[in-house]
Design a protein around this ligand. Structure first.
Ligand code: DNO
Ligand code: MN
Length: 356
């Protein structure tokens, strides 16, 4: 297991590489080039510059989160081939820059969704929460508009201002798309890029849908055991792998996260580990990583990784905002750093007990 930390890049992250370097046990960052419109090729020079900066801070850059997928690929439009060719070039360039794993998702229109980005908890911290009833009251186009005017001070992935103009049209196009279509379009994409992955030794790791069920009448397919099985069988190759996100999959209580880790084993290239608390049907909020603070058992999750001999990358996922920190929701320094230390503690304990 290699513990890494998400960093959004200079200017896009209130956390610095120097701070990340001081978190015990952190080997590298998982990052992305910001400001490259989805669908365009990531230039080699920019990748190399980013890598040089990260390496100079004593950290590795072996994982990218995310190289996002153009909506035309998910919709299966004729124009997808052009974007797939660009994706292949990006993968080649990234591999050239030493990248080993690329995280991506296949969620139509939206990336992850929350109804509240700063819900106050009893201890005075705040956290992101989800309430299906609230989500259903909102209009997705309006929601994006709210973020796009820049007043929130940051741009969330999948909520970029430039997408606003075409949003209504894209939403309408998805009304024709079923979950099976989405699977077909994912298969087409993966089969096209896989030779490049093999030749350049760069692994694809799909992130599950968050939350793992359809929202706003848009299909979602990376939701649980059956569908993940289908994906891995449909393109049965180690380069077609997973980012197993405990918080995303775990927000459906029917998903047994340790069971998924054991079943999908070597196909997991990247682990996102975090906790959350169910507060009702279709309702949860994110918590600290500690098992007793949430509904997921982080010890069992880490034990499952240990038992499959997990050699991939792992990162703490979202954290709460604590100690007065102001940062991008879910991505402050303090609570995620506490998460790292906790996960490393569990790992060390399992390791030492296992070899006695
Ligand atoms: C949320 C993240 C997701 C993830 C993408 C992967 O914070 O886990 O935004 O990066 O879904 O493509
Ligand atoms: Mn995640």
């Amino acid at each position: 297991m290699k513990m890494i930390f998400r960093w959004f890049g200079e200017g896009d992250d209130s956390v610095s590489l120097e701070e990340i370097r001081q978190i015990p046990g952190i080997k590298g960052v998982v990052t992305a080039l910001s400001n490259i419109p989805v669908g365009e090729v990531w230039p080699q020079q920019k990748i190399d510059q980013l890598k040089a900066k990260i390496n100079a801070a004593g950290l590795e850059m072996e994982v990218i989160e995310s190289v996002n997928i153009h909506e035309d690929i998910k919709l299966g439009l004729a124009s997808r081939d052009k974007y797939i060719e660009n994706y292949k070039l990006t993968l080649k360039n990234l591999a050239q820059g030493g990248v080993k794993v690329v995280c991506y998702n296949f969620m139509p229109v939206f990336d992850w969704l929350r109804s509240d980005l700063a819900e106050k908890l009893a201890d005075g911290s705040n956290t992101m929460s989800y309430n299906e009833t609230e989500i259903n009251k909102t209009d997705p186009v309006q929601l994006i508009e709210e973020f796009a005017d820049g007043s929130k001070g940051f741009s969330l992935p999948g909520w970029e201002a430039e997408r606003l103009a075409e949003l209504k049209q894209i939403m309408a196009q998805y009304q024709e798309i079923t979950a099976d279509d989405l699977f077909d379009n994912l298969k087409y994409f993966l089969e096209a890029i896989l030779p490049v992955c093999q030749e350049n030794d760069i692994k694809m790791a799909i992130h599950p849908d968050d939350p793992p069920w359809p929202v706003y009448n848009l299909p979602r397919i990376m939701t649980g055991k059956e569908n993940i099985r289908r994906l891995l069988k449909m393109v049965d190759d180690p380069y077609n792998g997973l980012t197993l996100c405990s918080g995303s999959l775990g927000s459906n209580p029917a998903n047994d996260v340790p069971g998924l880790i054991r079943e999908f084993g070597k196909r997991i290239h990247f682990a996102h580990v975090r906790n959350l608390k169910f507060t009702g049907t279709g309702k949860f909020h994110e918590t600290s990583h500690l098992s007793s603070d949430g509904s997921l058992d982080l010890f069992e999750i880490m034990k499952a990784y240990y038992e499959i001999g997990f050699e991939g990358y792992m990162r703490p996922d979202h954290g709460r905002m604590i100690w007065g920190e102001e940062a991008r929701p879910g991505y402050g320094l303090y609570d995620r750093a506490l998460g790292v230390t906790y996960l490393n503690g569990i790992w060390e304990a399992i390791n030492k007990i296992s070899i006695v």
